[in-house]
Design a protein around this ligand. Structure first.
Ligand code: NAP
Length: 273
């Protein structure tokens, strides 16, 4: 049994926290939600990786409120390299709040440079957990640990941690909810392996109209509309010009998995580390 991670929530979040708590109580497994900011034509970044900003201040403030409700956030290494995010909840009138910050980085390429990203160097770095594989270098792992950053190492055939294995490890640690904030590579793996329970899609009123802009999700083979992943319990909220659509993800019964960018969805690691 792995050690449990103690988390507490700021006050005033009962309603949002209820969504997470109900899932945990029913499933004994963390509630995993995706958050995306997306253009009207379904893109999350331009062809050069620019994504700031697709939505306005109101929508971004709502994301900050959700960050306070979830005990943990997750992003991929590509997002850390492109945006160097802080992944804290900031609202200008309360102290900054930092959930557990999971960084998926199978080869630890975010540790390559002389200057470490914010999530490995700021005052909350002890709340960062890097999710990596035994394909990463021990030198890079030691560098993170010397910073006080935690490292979860999974033994895997490829430098990718299967989302289902990550979920199991989070359940063992007592983490009740994970807010996966991107990018599209990481989100697509969670979706294709059916590990996303809920979607928050903030749509900004803009079009990129560029085939080389990043699509929000990929890897699902959908020949008929019956093969689509649908939202249930749908709610809409408007933030100035932006529209939030959120709901539970309902997957079709028949597997229609096409591919995950770097390996089959069913890929399972040999052991937790
Ligand atoms: N609009 C939005 O809501 C939003 C949100 C976040 C980010 N973005 C944008 O999206 C772009 C980044 O997205 P992205 O799709 O390129 O990258 P990403 O999903 O953030 O990260 C992908 C990288 O993370 C590592 N990784 C992915 N899955 C892993 C796994 N299962 N286990 C271990 N490591 C894993 C791999 O690193 P290696 O290849 O090094 O092994 C992979 O290349 C940026 O332009 C950013 O600005 C937009």
């Amino acid at each position: 049994m792995k050690p449990r991670i103690e988390t507490e929530l700021p006050a005033g979040l009962a309603e949002r926290a209820g969504l997470i708590a109900r899932h945990w109580a029913a499933q004994g497994s963390p509630f995993i939600a995706a958050k995306v900011a997306v253009t009207l034509d379904g893109r999350t970044a331009t062809r050069t990786g620019d994504s700031q900003w697709i939505t306005g201040e109101g929508a971004r403030a709502d994301v900050m409120r959700w960050r306070r409700a979830f005990p943990a956030i997750a992003v991929g290494a590509g997002t850390v390299r492109a945006d160097n995010p802080r992944l804290t909840a900031r609202n200008g009138h309360e102290p900054d709040w930092c959930p557990i910050r999971f960084i998926f980085d199978g080869r630890l390429r975010t540790v390559d440079g002389p200057v470490l990203p914010h999530v490995y160097a700021d005052a909350f770095r002890a709340r960062t957990i890097v999710v990596t594989t035994d394909h990463s270098g021990s030198e890079a792992r030691r560098r993170l640990q010397a910073q006080g950053v935690q490292v979860w190492t999974f033994a895997t055939p490829q430098p990718r941690v299967p989302p289902a294995d990550f979920r199991r490890r989070c359940a063992e640690a007592g983490l009740t909810g994970i807010y996966v904030e991107g990018g599209s590579d990481l989100l697509s793996q969670f979706l294709v392996s059916r590990q996303l329970d809920y979607l928050f899609a903030y749509r900004g009123p803009l079009l990129l109209a560029d085939d080389d802009a990043k699509p929000v999700f990929s890897g699902w083979q959908t020949e008929k509309m019956t093969g689509a992943i649908r939202l249930t319990g749908v709610q809409h909220e408007v933030f100035a010009g932006d529209l939030l659509t959120r709901g539970h993800l309902a997957y079709p019964e028949r597997p229609v998995c096409d591919q995950i960018p770097s390996g089959p969805a069913s890929l399972s690691s040999r052991a937790g580390g």
